[in-house]
Design a protein around this ligand. Structure first.
Ligand code: NAI
Ligand code: MG
Length: 338
């Protein structure tokens, strides 16, 4: 058995987490769950959306599956997701975007966005300067990219490409304008590419052009690696190409811990109705299986999810279907048993 922390999260979190755990059980997965509170539930229990016990659990297991967490606005709490990334130095955010449902606008798409998860504008060095009686007359934000941080994420991207039989890494930047902040990233990409000559090709794009190319011809991309804010935006865009946030998994990887999650939020508008699409978290669990060396189980789970959507025609409302979370999940379990 492999110890792993399980955080149900807020809104639709408990629904999609339950669905995913049922599917993992049906698959005979090796995870021994240590269930811990996070988000609003944890605020109610412990007065903190990320209580010490939850942190201690992840420190012990170094592996977690989490549902979405609501970030209370104006409550004085920092984003739990950002705290987790910092606490465990989860420097790589990996977001595959693969077509699951044929017949749409973007058939056979299979790309991966690797986003730097700790630096850039997310360091939140921000302040205001008053102008006259306007206390917010000027807003200032500083981005921080380090050479070491750029090397770390670029190394991850090149190694990821090799491990997964991918041929091209595209470094996305805005070095024409943010010459220092993102120029450093591009410079490091070019330097590192020399080490991988003959194995992986490096390509680069300016972020705005990349955003357009993702719409016009996303098939040209294989692995995209980029800084924090650009990665945030492009990875949601890529999720949109393959059916929306309900379909996209995410992995947050550090040297000593890894946290897997759906990329969508807590969806308060549909919480408790039993209609959420659990695919995103199920695919995140598939990435988690791969992470612990169970590539075959990952494939089985992905194949079962695809078969339920495409052959059995069982789809949740966000995909134009009528199935409930439970019906979809039962479908996946039946497929796994077949
Ligand atoms: P959201 O992703 O929760 O919802 C956006 C829209 O997509 C809603 O209409 C929702 O019903 C729909 N949707 C999302 N997931 C779905 C699913 N699995 N099945 C069917 N429909 C789905 O984004 P929103 O509304 O901006 O954020 C709500 C809360 O979630 C906020 O407190 C935010 O901070 C938090 N959040 C947490 C994240 C995390 O923990 N990783 C990521 C994004 C947002
Ligand atoms: Mg985002």
């Amino acid at each position: 058995m492999i110890d792993a922390t399980l955080i149900a999260g807020d809104g639709i979190g408990p629904e999609v987490v339950d669905a995913t755990v049922r599917v993992l059980d049906a698959l005979g997965s090796p995870f021994a769950w240590d269930r811990q509170p996070g988000g609003m539930e944890a605020v109610a229990i412990a007065g903190d959306p990320l209580p010490p016990a939850t942190l201690a659990s992840i420190k012990r297991t170094r592996l977690a599956l989490k549902g979405p967490l609501t970030t209370p606005i104006g409550g004085g709490f920092r984003s739990v997701n950002v705290r987790l990334r910092e606490e465990f130095q989860l420097y790589a955010n990996v977001r595959p975007a693969r077509t699951l449902i044929p017949g749409g606008r973007y058939e056979d798409l299979d790309l991966v966005i690797i986003r730097e998860n700790l630096e850039g504008f997310y360091v939140a060095f921000e302040h205001y300067i008053p102008v006259g009686d306007d206390s917010h007359g000027v807003a200032i934000s500083s981005g921080v990219n380090t050479r070491a941080g750029a090397q770390r994420i670029l190394r991850y991207a090149f190694e990821y490409a090799i491990r997964n039989g991918r041929k091209k890494v595209t470094a996305v930047h805005k070095a024409n304008v943010l010459k220092a902040l993102t120029g450093l990233f591009l410079e490091e990409a070019r330097t590192m590419a020399k080490e991988y000559e003959g194995r992986v090709v490096l390509d680069d794009r300016i972020v705005d052009a990349c955003a357009m190319q993702l719409v016009l011809n996303p098939w040209q991309f294989d692995v995209i690696v980029t800084t924090n804010l650009f990665g945030d935006i492009l990875s949601d865009e890529a999720a949109g190409l393959v059916g929306g946030l309900g379909m996209a998994p995410g992995a947050n990887i550090g040297k000593t811990a890894a946290i897997f999650e759906a990329v969508h939020g807590s969806a308060p508008d549909i919480a408790g109705k039993g209609i959420a699409n659990p695919t995103s978290l199920m695919l995140a669990a598939a990435l988690m299986l791969e992470h612990v060396g169970l590539a075959k189980d990952k494939q089985r789970l992905e194949d079962a999810v695809s078969a339920v959507m495409n052959q059995d025609g069982i789809r949740t409302g966000d995909l134009g279907g009528k199935a409930t979370t439970k019906e979809f999940t039962d479908g996946v379990i039946q497929r796994l048993a077949a």
